[in-house]
Design a binder for this molecule. Structure first.
Ligand code: KIV
Ligand code: NA
Length: 275
């Protein structure tokens, strides 16, 4: 299992960090088996697993429920769990007790928090309390309604300068790694070079120290439209869809189950039953 020093060393050694999201036991098993360095139990679960149209409705209870399943499938992979919408904004007390509950009950190695400003104070307090944190800047989906949609961030000088300063502030607040979502590759490269902690990009180009993608996007499963930054490695909607369709068709036609799928009983027992 990676620890924070090894995470930092991966950056120094130019060892790319492969991170993928997981939300349940089989996806976690698969992530661990494929040697992913890190698993993210993302609040994207609200969209790809629970069918909400944003991450805003996701609760701490949802995150704990899914994290526990992930942990059972991937006990030996460094697992990061997202703090969900508004669970780290109301007050420092509320943020700390939410983090305590999520960290203890999920069994994760680290918690991820989106955003800047007062969030850095929470990250600092959590680090001091012994909870490793991961930052998340750029497109921060919990703020989609403030950002005005899912769009690339940091394209102009002012927002790019702010992102660079925020990235340094996240490192200063104790973050073990920083997720950069949907920012120009040039800005991601600049940030990556100026930080000692690894950057993990999603839609942030090739220069980041690692990459993260959503499990369902990698498999193209349940996603109506994939963002530009996703590379699907499978056509789950097609192949899984065809499998389920074949099953339904075969039940209706009587082609399934076949003899080999059936159990038998002794003829004498059957004779007794028939009387
Ligand atoms: O919830 C999530 O899946 C994420 C990644 C996209 C970074 O936060
Ligand atoms: Na997230």
């Amino acid at each position: 299992m990676l620890n924070r020093n090894q995470v930092r060393k991966m950056k120094e050694d130019n060892n790319k960090i492969a991170m993928i999201t997981s939300y349940d036991y089989p996806s976690a098993l698969m992530a661990e088996k494929s040697g992913a360095d890190m698993i993210l139990v993302g609040d994207s679960l609200g969209m790809v697993v629970l069918g909400y149209d944003s991450t805003i409705p996701v609760t701490i209870a949802d995150m704990i429920h899914h994290s526990k399943a992930v942990r059972r499938g991937a006990p030996d992979t460094f697992t990061v769990v997202d703090m969900p919408f508004m669970s780290y904004h109301i007050s420092m007390d509320d943020s700390l007790s939410n983090a305590k509950r999520l960290y203890q009950e999920s069994g994760a190695e680290a918690l991820k928090l989106e955003g800047s400003g007062e969030v850095f104070e929470v990250m600092n307090r959590l680090t001091h309390a012994g909870i490793p944190v991961v930052g998340h800047l750029g497109l921060t989906p919990q703020s989609v309604n403030v950002l005005g949609g899912y769009r690339v961030q940091g394209k102009d000088r002012q927002t790019a300068e702010k992102l660079l300063a925020d990235a340094k502030a996240a490192e200063a607040a104790g973050a073990v790694a920083l997720v950069l979502e949907c920012i120009p590759k040039e800005l991601a490269e600049l940030i990556t070079k100026q930080l000692t902690i690894p950057t993990i990009g999603i839609g942030a180009g090739q220069a980041c120290d690692g990459q993260v993608l959503v499990y369902h996007d990698v498999l193209k499963y349940g996603s109506e439209r994939l963002p530009k930054f996703v590379k699907p490695y499978f056509d789950g909607d097609r192949w899984m869809g065809e499998a389920v369709q074949s099953y339904v068709n075969e039940v209706k036609s009587g082609a399934f189950p076949e003899e080999k799928h059936s159990f038998t009983m002794d003829a004498s027992v059957l004779a007794d039953l028939r009387g």
